[in-house]
Design a protein around this ligand. Structure first.
Ligand code: DGL
Length: 283
């Protein structure tokens, strides 16, 4: 494997030691694991530190100022864990203030909204795009703003689906109640004839089978994970921060603010390997 080298001020080469650091990922719970899974697929040599703020989830119904405060606390913790880049793998937290986090830390910070928008614009044929997300994300209108900045003529329909996060976190996706909730939330998209539906919450890919069944096969679901992971890779590459020794066993560490058991169970199933999470009280 080629070793990444950077030039020092005197013009000599030295190993970019920051490149050995981990990628930090945060979410309110297990949702960000859908982004982590894709980062791991695209960058298997990178170590990852994940924080799920399970004691304070859901973030969706909270005011943006509160979510920003929580995110800053998590960033402070992750900065103690030797990270080189931060992924805010939560739409609600991204909508609450991505540029704010970018100002508050020297780390490169990647959100999940812009990548989802780029993917949706590639997929849509009839320029009718649906967005589902938490109440915070939908009320912020961040998706609408970014989408229309690329194409002001888009037809956009959005719907908050606050119960979806709870169905995922409590492992209730395969229940008749979940079917009913999905039918109710997703009904407007069939009427609006959208051909593309943005899963504007990182928890939703965990219930994409149910969502797809409900909206029908003609609607393409957009999961921002793949595009987000691509952005992480290109930032690390351009800053010469890709792990220089990807052959060595990367470390994946998980921290949660609530009890680890539920997170470990859902997370192990999603990542298809057993994971161990450590509880950490913030603030
Ligand atoms: N996974 C999150 C998101 O993408 C947050 C869900 C929540 O805590 O309400 O919005």
């Amino acid at each position: 494997m080629p070793v990444e080298r950077v030039r020092n001020r005197e013009g000599g080469d030295f190993l970019n030691s920051a490149a050995y650091k981990a990628i930090g990922i945060l979410d309110s719970g297990v949702g960000g694991l859908t982004v982590m899974e894709e980062i791991y697929r695209q960058l298997p040599g990178e170590s990852i530190v994940y924080f799920g703020d399970t004691a304070r989830m859901p973030y969706g119904p909270r005011p943006p100022e509160e979510v920003r405060q929580f995110v800053l606390e998590i960033i402070s913790f992750l900065e103690t864990q030797e990270i080189k880049l931060l992924v805010v793998a939560c739409n609600s937290a991204t909508a609450a203030g991505l540029s704010y986090y970018q100002q508050e830390t020297a780390l490169p910070v990647v959100g999940v909204i812009e990548p989802g928008v780029r993917a949706a614009l590639r997929y849509t044929r009839n320029r009718r795009i649906g967005i589902i997300g938490t109440t915070g994300t939908v009320e912020s209108s961040t998706y609408q703003g970014v989408l229309t900045s690329y194409d002001p003529k888009l037809n956009i329909v959005s719907q908050a689906c606050p119960l979806f996060v709870l169905l995922v976190e409590n492992d209730l996706i395969d229940t008749p109640e979940a079917e009913k909730v999905a039918a109710e939330y997703l009904h407007p998209f069939q009427e609006a004839e959208v051909d593309t539906l943005i899963l504007g919450c990182t928890h939703y890919p965990l219930m994409s089978d149910l969502i797809q069944r409900t909206v029908g096969p003609r609607v393409r679901l957009v999961n921002s994970a793949e595009e987000t992971a691509g952005q992480v890779r290109s930032i690390l590459k351009s800053r010469q921060l890709l792990n220089p020794s990807p052959g060595t066993q990367p470390r994946h560490r998980f921290f949660v603010s609530g009890l680890p058991a539920g997170f470990e169970e859902v997370g192990s199933r999603l990542l298809k390997r057993p994971i161990k999470a450590y509880q950490l009280h913030l603030s």
